[in-house]
Ligand binder design. Structure first.
Ligand SMILES: O=P(O)(O)OC[C@H]1O[C@H](O[C@H]2O[C@H](CO)[C@@H](O)[C@H](O)[C@H]2O)[C@H](O)[C@@H](O)[C@@H]1O
Ligand code: UDP
Length: 470
């Protein structure tokens, strides 16, 4: 069996004794373990003076963590620059926020080339390389330019935009050519896959062979053959459900419950990112209080929003906007014994969140655009099956394709979102149970283990058979 090498911008070693990590970090660990060990390679999170040396190596069991520091200039041009000021807004349909600069694009290519060169020295001829996310699209092309022919796969965690949006990027062709240097390109949803296929057909002049529902497409473009397919990422459904049952009586959940004094809780949990639709969400909550005044003093909305990518100006701007909005709504409606919005710029660990989700009558997940949105799936898995809460979910989250038993909303429609909040708050138990069971069936069928297995099996299959893997 070939060794697996995972490459991602962030490397997240899991401390199994702490039971705090979830999702992707655990999935990557499992993928590496299931193949008898392997390498996880990426940025160490450190800023360094120079990048001349070899990667820093740490071993844990049969997993090798190989990490590299970046200089401040590299970080500014690659991570804050092209990745998070160009690709992130573009892939989330925010052309108005995307900046295009030859300097940051050159920095992005330079860091990809630097990473590829450092990894190349560690690779064996029969290794299989799995690269994650928009920070590292040109990675395989850089390895191929060094003469490496190992099997290489890419997984995009964000949406892939419609070609009409993508072509606004001056470097669109070179970016898609970079994607075609992989043997397997995975997307979150069938609609992301369709956008890619559309680009390949009509912009790149490539050919596409459909392999049938859910099996992806064989693609020939830029002189290469590859498989492109949707692999919707998921969560560790059953362990998380168990954790939530335990967390229902944790100190933090008890303190939250006591502080609410019988009031219903609406919860939102998101990185503080303009893609998450937070201003519209705050306005929808305000509309709920306006249109359904019986909720005043009776319902609290808690938004957990840990700051993210704070060196990028647009993230500083959304933070200021939300502070003003939360202050405005609280100033207008608060009473001496009730504050409508609890707005928290901090993060919580997995167990604490599990208990909070379980206690919330509504999980409010309203991104304007999101690759998947794991919070939506986590909220459902954490519910009490006997008395579950209601998920109110944006149609623009990848998760809405699978969780269609949620109350699906258009987050731009503030009024309709408020109506759905009211519907969720008053929904009869029987309907809540039916919706919860339908969503749990989906989440048990496609959990994080299923996701990583289907991806790795597709990557390992000979290209001609790749579409046949589970
Ligand atoms: O590493 P950061 O810059 O702090 O950002 C955190 C991660 O954000 C993005 O997450 C995406 O992946 C999720 C899992 O597949 C998906 O549910 C979500 O919709 C995406 O936004 C980003 O793509 C990751 O690379 C970042 O690590
Ligand atoms: O205080 C927090 C806020 C978020 N998360 C986790 O961060 C992830 C966010 O993933 P999602 O797909 O929802 O969005 P992303 O931030 O990746 O765009 C989820 O697993 C959350 O449980 C967390 O552990 N603590």
């Amino acid at each position: 069996m070939s060794r697996l090498v995972v490459v991602s911008n962030r490397v997240a070693p899991v401390d199994e004794s702490k039971n705090q990590a979830g999702g992707l970090a655990v999935a990557v660990q499992e993928a590496l373990k299931s193949r008898g060990g392997g390498i996880w390679f990426g940025w160490s999170g450190d800023i360094v003076e120079g990048t001349d040396g070899p990667p820093r190596i740490a071993e844990s069991g049969r997993i090798t963590y190989a990490t590299l520091g970046l200089t401040q200039r590299d970080l500014d041009e690659y991570y804050n620059g092209f990745a998070n000021s160009t690709l992130w807004p573009l892939f989330h349909y925010r052309l108005d926020l995307a900046s295009f600069s030859g300097r940051t694009y050159a920095g992005y290519q330079r860091v990809n080339s630097l990473f590829a060169g450092k990894l190349a020295a560690l690779l064996r001829p029969d290794d299989m390389v799995w690269v994650h996310d928009y920070h590292l699209i040109p990675f395989a092309e850089q390895l191929r330019a060094m003469g490496l022919s190992q099997r290489m796969g890419f997984y995009l965690h964000t949406p892939f935009p419609a070609p009409e949006i993508l072509v606004a990027l001056p470097a669109h062709e070179s970016l898609v050519r970079g994607l075609c240097a992989y043997d397997l390109v995975g997307f979150q949803t069938e609609s992301d896959l369709r956008c890619f296929v559309h680009y390949v057909k009509y912009e790149a002049g490539g050919s596409v062979e459909e392999l049938g529902p859910g099996r992806g497409c064989r693609i020939r473009a830029y002189g290469r053959n590859l498989l492109a397919r949707a692999f919707p990422i998921s969560i560790d459904t059953l362990p998380l459900a168990q954790l939530a049952a335990q967390a229902a009586e944790s100190v933090q959940t008890r303190r939250l419950r006591e502080s609410l004094v019988e009031r219903a809780l609406i919860i939102g949990v998101d990185r503080l990112d303009y893609s998450k639709g937070l201003p519209q969400r705050f306005e929808a909550f305000q509309e709920l209080l306006d249109s359904y005044p019986g909720n005043r003093g009776q319902v609290s909305f808690m938004q957990v929003a840990p700051p993210s990518r704070g060196d990028v100006a647009e993230y500083q701007a959304i933070r200021r906007e939300l502070e003003a909005l939360a202050g405005h709504i609280n100033g207008r409606y608060a009473e001496f014994d009730w504050v409508p919005i609890r707005y928290l710029n901090k993060s919580f660990n997995r167990k604490t969140l599990a208990g909070f989700y379980r206690h919330a009558r509504i999980g409010l997940v309203t991104p304007l655009r999101d690759g998947m949105n794991l919070v939506a799936k986590e909220y459902v898995a954490c519910q009490d099956p006997a008395d579950p809460g209601v998920l109110v979910l944006s149609r623009f989250a990848g998760a809405a394709k699978e969780l269609d038993a949620a109350l699906i909303v258009n987050p731009y429609d503030i009024r309709a979102t408020a109506e759905n909040l009211q519907r969720g708050l008053t929904m009869p138990l029987q309907e809540r149970r039916e919706r919860f069971e339908a969503m749990m069936t989906v989440l048990k069928g496609n959990d994080i283990t299923h996701w990583r297995r289907s991806y790795v099996e597709s990557l390992a299959a000979p290209l001609g058979d790749a579409g046949a893997a589970a």
